[in-house]
Every structure is written in C-alpha cells, then in structure tokens.
Design a binder for this molecule. Sequence first.
Ligand SMILES: [Fe+2]
Ligand SMILES: [Fe+2]
Length: 315
Amino acid sequence: MKSQYVGELKSGQTVKEKFVLSKKIIKDKKDGGYYAILEFSDRTGSIDGISWSGENLNNISVGDFVFITGNVSEYSGRLQVVVNSISLGDDEDIDPEDFLPQYQGDIDEVLTAIHGFRAKIRNPHLRSLLDAFFDDNTFVELFRLAPAAKRVHHVYLGGLAVHTLSVLRLLQNVRSVYDFLDSDLLITAGILHDVGKIHEYTYKKSIDISDQGRLLGHIVIGSEMVAQRIAQISGFPDDLRLRLVHMILSHHGEVKWGSPKAPLFPEALILHYVDNLDSKMEMMRQVFEQHRGKNRQWSDYHPFLEREIYLGEES
Ligand SMILES: [Fe+2]
Ligand SMILES: [Fe+2]
C-alpha cells in the first residue's frame, strides 16, 4: 500500500512516493539544457509535475513505475509536483490495487457467490474441471484481480469476477424458464467463458491488452486453457469437452464480434445472449453514471452501443 495518493496531495506538501509516469515531454531551456513536463498517476487520478533537470529522464518512459521526491505547489490554478529526484521503480514492488480502479464492493463476496454456483454442479467431470482451475492459486489470484475489459464495460480490478457472477445469475434465471437446459453445463461455461481475460489484459500499472491478448484474444486463450485442463482429467467425456469448448468459442455470437462459430445448441445460445446482455447493461449503467448531475437529456453517441442514450429529466 502507498502512503500518498494523488487525490490527497495538497499544496505545500512534501512528496516521497511511487506513481506511474503518465506523461513526459522534454523541452529546451532558453539558457541551454532541458526541463520536463510530467504527469504522475495512481488509482485516485493524476497530477502535473515538472522537473528542471530533464537529463535524468532518458531511461524513464511513459507507463513506467517511478519513485519521486518533490514538493506540491500550485501553478495556474492547478496542483503540480516540483520534482527533486525521480528514479525508475521496481515492477516487483507494485501493488496493482494502488494504481488501478477497483471494484467498489467486496470482491471476496463476489468470489464466494461464484463458489456457491460451483457447489451446485453434480456432474463429476465438470466438478473436477473447476477444481483444477480453482485449486491453482496463481489462477485464483489472477481471476480475482482481472478486469473484464480495457474499455467499455467492467474496466476495473475485479471486473471479470463481477461480470462472471452477473452472467451466472442471469443464466440461473433463464434456466428457471427453460428447464430443459443442462444446468451443470451452463454454470461451468458461465464461470469459464471469459477466463482467457486473465491473460488477455495486463493490469499491474495500467489496464491494457497484452501481446497474447492482441495476437490471440480471450476466446482462443480461454478455450486453450479449458482444453488443457480437460486433457489432464482422465475419463472426461469427449462430447462434454466439445460442448464446453464450443460454448467458449461461440459466446460472442458472431464472427464479427470475435467468435469463430455461431452458438449451435441451446446452452451456447443462452450463454451468448446473457453475456451480451450483461456487457450492454453495464455500458448503459456507465452512461448514466457519467452524466449524473450534468443535466443532459441525451448522451453523446456511444460507439459500442451505436446510439445516443436518452437520459431524461434528472429527478
Ligand atoms: Fe467474452
Ligand atoms: Fe463475458
């Protein structure tokens, strides 16, 4: 945990803390030499910075984790840190929760609820598969931390788990209407449908797409993760493996949304609709949140929802 956060800095304060360098512009001084216009960020926001000795910054780039000392002052009505020293931080010391937005509720409650769904599964093969994932501490830690997206929906630490739980709740409700659906298969696929996201994104200093994410995407990464675990379980039925892998591959519904196959049986179709519903509802919710207090009747055009959203009169 850090002891100083951007959002709490005040004019006159001394700063000795780790931040992510989010801007670096080197400029010439009139009398020779350089200075640097900087910006430092953490999960609470960002603050301008200035260093009068730009030469020291050659080995530091935007996105790096830096340790700075300096003083906070006010310049043109904005706070800025006048930097005395700046050095490259050690990535190993980073606690992502210091730098990235995180779920505002209790993430452990979300995980407990997901385990509650897991406990309902009767099929021994599907139970073994989920045990193989959740007995792996590295997987559990990443699943707990991962965001569900870089932009658009659930863009915060814990977003993947929150989205997964919503998908499971929706699946349960849909299953109560269509009782011929295989509940064990729905729950398993619901839990695993986006597990590829733990490797699709980087989420230490900033939420971004990893090389693996750019080259393969979470659908391919996730289907490989599931197929690999299944291969370790003796006697896992081939038909069940095919169904589960198909559900992961088809959950985006269409080729243009990243799925190589359209959903080809009822459980796969439901997973796609429910996944789509939860991501779109989260986008809608965010639009309302972003406009709260702004007294606007309509949002700007939303590129993913492909429409302007009616906000109406604020009550
Ligand atoms: Fe997905
Ligand atoms: Fe999803």
